[in-house]
Design a protein around this ligand. Sequence first.
Ligand code: HEM
Length: 454
Amino acid sequence: MVYDGKCPTNYQKVHEKYGPIVRVGPNEVSVADPNMIPVIYGIGSKFTKTPFYATMAPVYQGEPMDSMFTARNPAYHKFLKGSVSQIFSMTNMKNFEVYVDECSQIFIDSMLKLEGELVDFSEWLQWYAFDVIGSITFQRRFGFMEEKRDVDNMIGKIDIGLQYVKILGQFPFLISFLQKAMMSKPIQRLNLLPDTMDQFIKVSVKSQLAFTLTGVMKDLQRTDFLAQLREKEKRSGTISHRDMVNHLSNNLLAGSDTTAISLRAMLYYIVKNPQVYHKIQREIDEADKRKQLSKCVSYDECLKLPYLQATMKEAMRLHPGVGFPLERFVPPGGAEICGHRLPGGTNVSISAPVIHHNKDIYGEDADSFRPERWLEASPEALKAMDRYFLAFGYGARTCIGKNISIMEMGKFVPQLLRHFKITWASPFPEWHTNAAWFWKQSGLLVRLERRPNT
Ligand code: HEM
């Protein structure tokens, strides 16, 4: 199901063939019935994450460090979430806008220099997303865009790590073996296992140290994640150094590839669908003419561009950042799933790409890219489309960073389209995709042309 990198379509195929509940492994059941989403993932549900997530926990100071994303123990998850949920809130997004604006300007300046040349957007959008999340997290760009390369091979290491995760994560006995191996000094010396998170941990520790050395007084102007976390710690004194490193490094892992994938999806579908491109351009240009857009499009302003918002949702519907099923264990007492009694401990999951193609929810043309569906639907239909939209997960463990990505994409895309006309320039008709937890794309080759008056 996962080996060939086509997990999203493989799951769609098995459900088309066998129906809404399919046994896909010795103890694994995949579900395609949207009514089961609240049962499995809803707030208050007793279904917990499986050891698959442990494969994505980094090691810090010789011990695995469960993050808010990988934590399987609900009490520990609640503890971690408690100290940061306000920082991720919608009202706090204005504090992060400045970091997005800085990076968008660097991106646009770089594109001006590359006008008319072949540009690989798969790389550039990833560099952009990484620099934004570094900037938001600890006011430090990694310099991917300035250096036009994968600095310290950070992106390459995640890719290799996820190829391990993709396969090893399917075998629970290998997961505990792997964790023990990672703790063993001789195996560490052999350097056989990818140190995916190593660089993220190092920069998180360095940024912590730099913050302390430069002194809080000097940093009063800082509104980044780290500065806010340190401010909280000063008031409550309950956030340890380890927990801080945990939150910072997790932002980098959870918030970079996911946003890059969603940005690629948005721009790919815009460029490949001339009618959509025309409409979104018109919406941006008209808002511009009415002086409703600032020099750097603000978050508030982009929320008033309904076609842009619909295009964003539609892109994430057809191409969600996470292409794998979201695995959970049935609680000890067992559970009724699609009319079947599943025993406690059964690995049960729902996959966003499967639900997002459900014609009862998204319409007969669910396989096509059509942002209008989000604007034309009746209030009742729209409610269902939103309720079952799984790009950010669901319920108790839904994505906490969602506001950051929606703000970042909503500001960046109109800013880019204001300045450039973008055309598809690949010799191939489509991009290439590969799913290893994240559903990454490559081969997004374009050419940019400066628009008049920019
Ligand atoms: C478009 C961008 C993004 C997508 C598509 C995305 C997707 C997801 C998904 C599907 C989950 C649920 C995983 C599960 O149930 O197994 C999740 C959880 C999470 N995401 Fe995101 N994410 C995005 C951006 C971000 C950003 C920017 C951050 C942080 C800066 C972030 C941090 C997290 C964290 C911490 C969790 C775990 C939440 C919890 O368990 O309480 N994500 N994300």
